[in-house]
Design a protein. Structure first.
Length: 426
């Protein structure tokens, strides 16, 4: 195939090359100068692009770079390593989440289902990376890839884009369902429920938009060669709008727990720990913002197999880190159960304080002071009743979580009565 194209286009290539050389300072016999003159190469490439088909231009580009000894670039191994590492890590964290549920006998919720669905849609992505994307050219220059591989690459990239839009929405659902369990306030629950509805609409809309962005659908992976007819929406608009709405929604969802921390009845150390746990979630937003830079040339690239590598890398990191962040509360609970001395809470110290406090032992306070001999006898007695205050839902879920023995907060004095009697003996 390549040899045939080179023979057919040798005349067109020669004309373009001669024209470019004449416009440069290089001699026709100086191959080193011709190969190093960037302006000459650009002029020759433009000429070839207008005189030949895209497939023919790619073959000529590959032959030219080979004759000039240009090294073949490849980052396929790097992408495979990143995708596999983060995919295995997020899968392991989900397994730990499941283990914590069984060990602590915690209730299963909608957030668990959302995490499971996110992982389920992530597994095909992890499989497609080495067996569909990088194997068909992602991470290499497009002129080093065969036309068949380019078509297959775009086909798999299309499927990955649809899966990514679904994963983004599912990941947010997992966090929102977690919020709705731990924050009992009715008004706040309505806000979270409204956010859930918005996220569902957001996810469904973009999944369908990605599925049917071209007419016919197959035009997505066939239109690159200019030999097929069809229409597509602007892929850049689709990708940028999804990323922008996703980042705005992340910021809104981060504000929900942060706004409630001040009202939680927690020790400041616990409150700090909870704050840090949620702030870690901002890392997902940061990754999403960094990913925006990779979308600049998303649909306008002349070298998509190379330029879209960054999109794939950051998308993989974003989803897998998001899964890990959503599972952090369950991981903390599992660590509490497995290593209570290392990751234990401050409740022992608090209980010790209330046990050894001045009001903790009523027997010591029911002493009578009596004068000896003639004089005034004065006695006073106290009745102190202790009661346990049940943990509020938000504190139980955020700090100890269901299934783990909650700390008992003892009120110092819940009910007291006192009486005094004075007897005077003259």
């Amino acid at each position: 195939m390549k040899d045939e194209l080179q023979i057919v286009n040798s005349e067109a290539q020669l004309i373009c090359l001669v024209t470019a050389i004449e416009a440069s300072s290089c001699a026709a016999t100086n191959q080193t100068c011709i190969c190093r003159d960037e302006a000459l190469q650009v002029n020759a490439t433009i000429c070839i692009a207008t005189s030949c088909t895209l497939k023919e231009s790619l073959v000529i580009k590959n032959a030219t770079e080979t004759s000039c000894g240009v090294p073949v670039r490849s980052k396929t191994a790097m992408y495979n390593t990143i995708s596999t590492t983060f995919g295995v890590l997020s899968g392991f964290v989900v397994l730990l989440r499941i283990a914590s549920k069984f060990l602590t006998h915690a209730e299963w919720g909608w957030d668990d289902l959302a995490v499971g669905l996110t992982l389920a849609t992530g597994i095909p992505t992890s499989v497609l990376v080495p067996h569909g994307l990088t194997s068909n050219g992602l991470g290499r220059d497009i002129w080093t890839v065969t036309p068949k591989e380019i078509t297959e690459f775009l086909h798999v990239f299309y499927a990955s884009e649809v899966l990514y839009f679904a994963q983004v929405a599912l990941l947010k659902l997992a966090l929102l369902f977690f919020f709705i369990r731990i924050f009992p306030a009715r008004t706040l629950k309505r806000v979270i429920q409204g956010t859930i509805v918005f996220d569902l609409c957001f996810g469904i809309a973009f999944v369908f938009a990605a599925l049917f962005q071209c007419n016919p659908v197959s035009f997505y992976w066939k239109n690159w060669d200019g030999e097929h007819t069809g229409t597509c929406v602007n892929s850049n608009v689709l990708a940028w709008s999804n990323a922008g709405i996703s980042i705005a929604l992340d910021a809104w969802m981060l504000a929900i727990p942060i706004s409630q921390l001040a009202g939680l009845q927690l020790h400041w150390k616990k409150k700090l720990g909870v704050s840090l746990m949620f702030i870690v979630g901002t890392f997902i937003t940061i990754i999403s913002i960094v990913r925006l830079q990779s979308l600049v040339h998303f649909s306008n690239s002349q070298n998509p197999t190379w330029d879209n590598l960054a999109v794939g890398v950051w998308s993989s990191i974003e989803i897998n880190v998001g899964i890990i962040c959503v599972c952090l509360p369950n991981l903390r609970l599992l660590l509490l159960r497995m290593f209570p001395k290392v990751f234990g809470s401050t409740r022992n110290a608090n209980n010790q304080y209330y046990t050894n406090g001045s009001v903790s032992n009523p027997n010591k306070m029911m002493n009578a002071s009596q004068a000896k001999g003639d004089g005034i006898m004065y006695s006073r007695s106290y009745t102190v009743r202790h009661s346990s205050r049940p943990l509020e839902g938000d504190e139980a879920e955020l700090i100890e979580m269901k299934g783990f023995d909650p700390p008992q907060v003892i009120s110092r004095v819940s009910n007291s009565s006192a009486h005094s009697k004075i007897d005077n003996d003259e």
